[in-house]
Design a protein around this ligand. Structure first.
Ligand code: NAD
Ligand code: 44H
Length: 493
């Protein structure tokens, strides 16, 4: 089958929305995964169309492998977004990516693109682990071997190294101000990114560091954002479905739910696309949006992933259909998370929670428990332990959040060392005992400092809840009907 490209489209009924010969590159996007294509690239294309402003073509950078760059380059950067579920629009070809680079293979080129005067924005979707920070201090992990190597002056391979070296070159060449926009699921993602970039700059030799820090302070903004759209990893079946629809082969297609949301702090150092014309909300209350999303949606997502994995379920849509799991999620959101956060003005908390559960149930999305449950060491603290802490501080028991944390612990203890998909898999395995029971695993993982703060590790109520739930999950693993028996025990608390 012929590959998707501008030339190949000429012979079909499909066409691209943007005038490609007029596009100019104004954005460098680091982390060209599925989410960036279904979210950032779509908002940006729509903004360019609505405002008739073609200066925001995206230079996409793949970070760890060259796969997406290899898929997109022969397709002239074009790819399909295939919406799935109620209200889905027809498959759409997105044309806002003008170049795709493998950052792994061309680190100097990444720095050059960030430093180009035409670049006004650097956006990021590099996953939580890509930030290489210490979650307790929210500073750059200066013991990280890759960061040390980047500080030593090699062509940078870490994202923070790439951004800071790009800024250093902008400072030297007078390339002008730039805005760095994190779009990852992290609280205060803009402030965090700014801190990590400054930490990197501070760790450079004094002669390089002083000028650079002053230049960054005067020329770079780091707005925080909240992003939302469920985008699973694309499967071979998804590619085949797009091929049938398009009549062309698209190796870079992505699948997404119809819903999409982007809340952005209005803090830019230079021009920006008119993203508000494509539906983004500019707000000075991004922190409230982000904590609502992380502690309601993402926390429930993680809970369903680990409960689903405990009973061998493959998708989130299947897990949320289990009454006991759905009720546990809803209870965690309503009884524990909602009382410990301040909602953004105008948000109806209960309605938001119901909407989240409805979105999870989208059967056409195929979001896997394995993908959502990956990298737990990077997510459990932000999504769940925050609610555990808030609920304990309010003098109540975090019963449901503890169920989700116990399910994560069970997943970590049950996964064979080679199969745990987590950047700290080796470190987690190292603290786990040979004999894995509630009484050995719970204290071992409570003592795992990169995830659990000392206060929670020593909290007897929390520990008792974890032991209780861990035993229930573990006892059921040998049951003939582990789904029914686990559901039953969860219902009985
Ligand atoms: N997929 C979603 O539903 C969704 C929704 C909202 C937000 N997000 C955010 O986007 C991120 C990426 O999601 P995705 O679906 O694109 O995942 P993906 O697996 O398709 O892509 C991950 C991207 O992150 C990069 N990356 C991974 N580890 C890295 C590291 N150590 N350093 C630098 N870059 C690294 C990869 O190269 C890749 O470009 C999520 O972690 C989340 O923060 C995703
Ligand atoms: O993308 P991650 O790995 O941070 O988290 C997995 C999911 O919870 C997440 O991607 C959600 O689908 C998303 O945050 C919805 O907007």
């Amino acid at each position: 089958m012929e590959r998707l490209s501008i030339a190949a489209l000429a012979g079909t009924g499909h066409k691209v929305a943007l005038q490609r010969d007029q596009l100019e590159p104004g954005i460098v996007h680091l982390g060209l995964g599925a989410f960036a294509r279904a979210h950032t690239a779509v908002f940006t294309e729509d903004a360019m169309l609505a405002a008739d402003d073609p200066q925001w073509g995206i230079i996409g950078v793949t970070q760890r492998s060259d796969a997406v760059a290899r898929q997109l380059t022969p397709q002239d950067g074009l790819f399909t977004v295939d919406e799935r579920g109620e209200g889905a629009a027809p498959a759409r070809i997105v044309s806002s990516i003008v170049e795709a680079i493998s950052g792994r293979d061309n680190p100097d080129l990444v720095v050059e693109r960030i430093a180009a005067p035409a670049t006004k924005i650097v956006t990021l979707t590099i996953t939580e682990k890509g930030y290489r920070f210490n979650p307790q201090t929210r500073n750059l992990d200066l013991d990280d071997a890759e960061t040390i190597a980047d500080l030593g002056g090699r062509p940078p391979r870490t994202t923070v190294g790439q951004i800071t070296r790009g800024l250093q070159q902008r400072c030297r060449t007078g390339a002008g101000p730039v805005t760095v926009v994190s779009c990852d699921n992290l609280p205060g993602n803009g402030e965090l990114t700014g801190t990590l970039v400054r930490n990197f700059a501070e760790a450079l030799p004094a002669g390089e560091s002083d000028d650079l820090l002053a230049w960054i302070a005067a020329n770079v903004a780091f707005p925080s954002t909240m992003v939302d759209r469920m985008v699973p990893a694309t499967t071979d079946g998804d590619l085949a479905a797009v091929e049938r629809e398009l009549g062309l082969r698209d190796e870079a297609a992505v699948v997404a739910e119809p819903f999409k949301q982007w809340v952005i702090e209005d803090n830019f150092a230079a021009d920006r696309p008119r993203w508000e014309e494509s539906g983004a909300l500019f707000s000075n209350d991004v922190a409230a949006w982000e904590s609502a999303k992380l502690r309601l949606l993402n926390a429930s997502h993680s809970m369903l992933a680990y409960l689903g994995l405990a009973v061998g379920m493959e998708t989130i849509a299947d897990a949320v259909e289990v009454d006991a799991f759905r009720t546990a999620c809803r209870s965690m959101m309503l009884e524990e998370a909602l009382p410990s956060i301040t909602l953004p003005a105008g948000m109806d908390g209960e309605q938001y929670c119901d909407e989240v559960l409805r979105r999870f149930a989208n059967p056409a999305l195929g979001h896997t428990t394995a993908k959502v449950g990956s990298d737990g060491s990077q997510k459990v603290g932000l999504r769940l332990l925050t609610t555990v802490r808030g609920t304990l501080d309010a003098g109540r028991e975090p019963k449901w959040a503890a169920l989700a944390v116990a399910a994560w612990m069970h997943h970590v203890a049950g996964a064979p060392a080679t199969e745990l998909n987590d950047p700290l898999a080796k470190e987690l395995q190292a603290v786990l005992p040979e004999d894995r029971t509630a009484d050995t695993v719970v204290p071992a993982l409570l003592g795992f400092r990169p995830v659990v703060e000392p206060y929670l590790a020593g909290h007897e109520t929390f520990k008792a809840l974890l032991l209780h739930w861990y035993r229930i999950i573990d006892n059921n693993k040998a049951s003939d009907n582990r789904l029914a028996s686990l559901g039953n025990e969860i219902n009985h608390g």
